[in-house]
Design a protein around this ligand. Sequence first.
Ligand code: GLA
Ligand code: ZN
Length: 673
Amino acid sequence: MRYSGKGRKIAYGGDYNPEQWPEAIWAEDMKLLKEAHIDTLTLNVFSWAALQPSEEEYDFSKLDKIMEMVRDNGFQVCLATSTGAHPAWMAKKYPDILRTEFSGMKRKFGGRHNSCPNSPTYRKYSVRLAEKLARRYQNYENIIAWHISNEYGGECYCENCEKAFRVWLRKKYQTIEALNQAWNTAFWGHTFYEWDEIVLPNLLSEHFEYDRSQFQSITLDYKRFNSESILECYRLEYEAVKRVTPEIPVTTNLMGFYKGLDYKMWAKYMDVVSWDNYPANGDSPAKIAMSHDLMRGIKGGAPFLLMEQTPSVTNWLPYNALKRPGVMRLWSYQAAAHGADAVMFFQMRRTAGACEKLHGAVIDHVGTNQTRVYREVQALGAELEKIGGETLGARTEAKAALYFDWDNWWAVECSAGPSCELKYLDEVLNYYEALHGLNIGVDLVGPEDDLEKYSLLAAPVLYMTKPGYDEKIRRFVAAGGTFITTFFSGIADEHDRIILGGYPGRLRDIVGLWVEEEDALPSGTENSFTYQGKTYPARLVCDLSHPESSGLTVLSRYEQDFYAGMPVLTRNEYGSGKAYYMAARSNQEFYHTLLKDLCDEAGIVPAADPQDGLEAAVRANENGRYLFLLNHGEQELKTECREAGIELISQKEYRAGEYMLLGAKDVKILKIF
Ligand code: GLA
Ligand code: ZN
């Protein structure tokens, strides 16, 4: 990351759209933003129509002025390429740029993030614009990152995409026979003889509705194809700016657990990951933390940039609640605790019209610094200035890993059966929440990540076992690791074909049992089991299994129904490690108890003693180790400092064993001596 002007520190700022305002306002903005200790501005996010008023004409005059003003005022710039929304003239002249929806409806001009990823027009002109921007502004030393497009997403079902899908399939399968085999097309006589018989899976073809496909393998391949098509657009722009400015890092703002794009694959082509954090009302601190951990995890643990968050309120939720006093600060530090090296907002000045006119901003419609939100932004800015560059680049030291994979997400949820309520993310969150509540650092890992450095691997609903992943787990457990997986695991291969010969397929010898049947429990009904003397519910899906290994211990059994007595929770000794199988969903209290036992057994220690509302996370770099302590609760709490250190915001020193007080919503960052 290039840092200029103010030296190395946590970048602070966000989206700034002066092009939407008369120039008379600009000087006022510069003053107010500087007073708020803002140092980084994301510019040019939606200016394509202004920069290219017609096919032949480019006009950078306004952006030139903005770039100069911003540099003269000492700001760093995250420069966007503006390709998140195409100009109206382009849509009129080249309709191939317009998307076709899932329903088959061809769109007209309107909205944003609206370009067909396989449109030759889009690819040609987006790349051309990116290159022109790079050439024009390459000598601006204050550009710290390229921001390609904006929140890539969605999908397209147009004829161009259909043709491109066939090309993609041909490359992947080589022969139509291999494709027929992978997709199991003998089912319902769907056998294909020519590539051009294949159509995109949508409402016109294989789908009953968005998530329910009649041919999951086709849907799965389409999702991969769509993610890669959009990625290709990003990569073309990436290469265009890199050719001119190889030293400037390139990013695009991701969206956390966004289902449509396989970010694990995307991250390979990003110099630095950045993402936009907009929790829904009621999202738990754990859910937000898990998103940060995912964004860190897709890039192998590298720090990321919090590219956007609202300083106060969004406009697009059904109920747009204000962030309560202190919450913006708390969530900003939460991002830093989980790996963020930048804290940025959408946006600097609240827009005057269109759909985001009621979206929060640092400078509100009143136009002054006399607002609660401005003051909170300013106060945080002053703190970040004080903290400086200490924590930059610091990595999380996690001993627990949680498996997450987009292919698995897609496959689980377009699967017909076993339960319409089975959502992959819910099950992953159940395990994450327990670890988070225990203040155990977690890395979210994908199929390609190494497991050697971990002591615990949780892989809830590991439905799809990709080739080789079972072997990775085998090595991990044999070497002493603790592994836990759940119901609906080991079922299918990478094409969504069932792995025959008994569930959980390739995991069977590791967990030491055979799952004969799976019972889906309608909402509101449950079975039960007892663990460590306490009774817990078994919900959602209940596996009916038979122990097969001599190393297997049944820790809990079903207590009702015809399968009473069959295992719910088992532990199999495998090599020097242990493999647990949890045959049903339970409740948070159970997960908390179980994960605590597993962590104790695996020798994983929490960053701070768990208590309600307290979040603790550790990052370390060459400057030292940093313990972030956050109080998400409404009550003051106290926590014991296990090691001596200096608190970075207050500069107060703490001795080992001394108690630290954290007010409601407060944050402390202890640099360990
Ligand atoms: C996204 C976009 C921004 C803006 C915000 C509003 O994150 O990237 O352009 O629309 O949402 O919340
Ligand atoms: Zn298309």
